[in-house]
Design a protein around this ligand. Sequence first.
Ligand code: GLN
Ligand code: ZN
Length: 754
Amino acid sequence: MQTSIISYPRIGANRELKFAIEKYFKKQSSKEELLECAKSLRARHWSEIKEAGIDFIPSNDFSFYDNVLDTAVLFNIISKRYKALNLDPLEEYFAQSRGYQGEKGDTTALAMKKWFNTNYHYLVPECDDAELIALSGDKIFKEYLEAKEQGIESKPVLIGIFTLFKLIAFKDEATQKLAQKKLLKAYIELFEKLNSLGVKWLELDEPYLVYDLEPKDLELFEEFYKELLTHKKNLKILLQSYFGDLRDIYPKLLNYDFDGLGLDFVEGKQSLALVQKYGFAKDKILFAGLINGKNIYANDYAKSLKLVKELQKYTQNIVLNTSCSLLHVPYSTEFESRLDSTYLKLFAFAKQKLKELKDLKEILNSSEENPLFKANQELFKNIPNRLDESVKARLKSLKKEDFVRQPEFKERIQIQKDFLKLPLLPTTTIGSFPQSADVRSNRLAFKQQKISAQNYTEFNQQKIKECLQIQEEIGLDVLVHGEFERNDMVEYFGENLQGFLFTQNGWVQSYGTRCVKPPVIWGDVSRTKPITLSWSKFAQSLSQKIVKGMLTGPVTILNWSFPREDISLKESTEQIALAIRDEVLDLENAGIKIIQIDEAALREKLPLRKSDWHSEYLDWAIPAFNLVHSGVKATTQIHTHMCYSEFNDILKEIDALDADVISFEASRSNLELLDTLKAVHFKTQVGPGVYDIHSPRVPSEEEIQATLEKILSKLPKEQIWINPDCGLKTRAYEEVIASLKNLVSATQKIREKL
Ligand code: GLN
Ligand code: ZN
């Protein structure tokens, strides 16, 4: 019995990589320093994995920004707009990641999308000239050799040809067609090169296989792999899937010449049934993903052993594996000094999961008498309390009406128009303003009890004052208080609700250098006191204009936390919805006229298979949002915000959230969505983000004006709001002020024309 992991977190135990890259971005360190840091992190990770006793150690799982982009670069899939800048390769790489504005030109970043059903975001490769596709990078080889120098025969990990091809944005069909041939050729070249280096195993990640596959997808897969596998020679190929099961292709896969097949037994609901039904292949190794790569709870060895024993009925060639990359969990519990050990011992982050794999291997090689097994079973006795009777009772008493807002949209939007008296094309922002160093250190000082509550509050109030002043000067219509009291839109609410636990160092990469620290939902959730009320009241008292109340919605709080596994997601979300509902009503009572309830992560737990969308998710997620705002008056305007534009396929459901206004990310994806909004008679007012806040680039007035014109050509002007595509917390004030000034003046110019 051997062990493997799919990938390891690359950001570093203490986010070293994040800080090194950001320092480099700020020109405070050299390229050499950055490369050196990366190298030492890789070395550290490899030796950690080796010391933990893992047999298949991944390489090429490192990345400076994103591993999909790395793969695109490996095969020279780089849009002309970056090539034209004539930058050094690392700079070109970062130009694709973050956009470029400088002496060599001006261009936006690649579109960013959610990586399957995770909170990781990948960059969408752009292919405008398929002729250029060829094996041209060397990262994968260099990292393999680097590990080798360290005495480690690693298993390079790469996005598979099928998944990569499906994720690329092609200029047109002809390009796509040619790319199919060229890409196949490039992977063949890759196989040759890996062979010449003496690489033993290559892991090809093909998560796209867990979606619903169309006949043409299956054909494409076959066209790729039937040919590709004839070139593998001495190289062993592990086809790795994750985030679901392979129900549409499994029996076929057994006949392919893969040497290993990686199945996910955590999220793959049918994985076991597939093996039971179709058996396994004698010539292959089953990489059994049984350690959850997405949640932080300790593995129950009894369950895992039972699964392995069941699998052993079908094959003896089993490698114990994680269910997906460990990128999606924090690094190690060893840095958690505040969390009580009664909880902490029930957690397993990436490093602890290595040990779990090794434990299971040892137990399987001995017996259940093994003390490792006994110690694990001890963990699950005497678990701290999770139950709150009053929460359960409140949930039980809910009626149908509690999920429906009255009066209906058409009627109340008129009422709001008269009441709010906003200009045409109202301008606003998404909520947060720059979290400058002083804001963060004030919060930290308060947390560490180095300053009094009064000092802390006064500082933030001063910030709010300045923030409102800036917005008034810029001339925005609906203002925000800036969210200076929040570390993170989910963690903040978690910290103020009963039922959550927090880590100190539980960082998980979200995109590029951005990491989030998801709270842990441990017990039943309730609100014991108002959370945002005093900040919102204070902010509103300073301005004649409307200042939006700013909340995070229940689905997002759930989706960006580590969820419980002992009750359903539905029940957990409804508990959170009731807590946020109380906050909404308190804000309304205090005279807040517009309340934004962010559902940045609504799409995140949408099942990858369409057939499961409603039954497993939307049928409770949408009502949970309704429950939050159904109690407000007709005059109170409810906004929501989403961090992506991919909702073409769930437009009806998004309209059914029954918010009055929704803002969403649109600038990076060229406003394609607008056509569909029009086609389905989307009722909710919309604020398609008119510029990209994930990049430091300042959009010009003309550029925004052009965007506005495009929006206006697609949607009635009464339905439109003007805003950036997300909160401004990660940006610097200069960028923000310059960009928003252009946003407001562009809007004014357009208004004059109308
Ligand atoms: N209101 C939040 C902010 O502006 C929304 C952030 C998000 O959507 N990720 O920061
Ligand atoms: Zn957002």
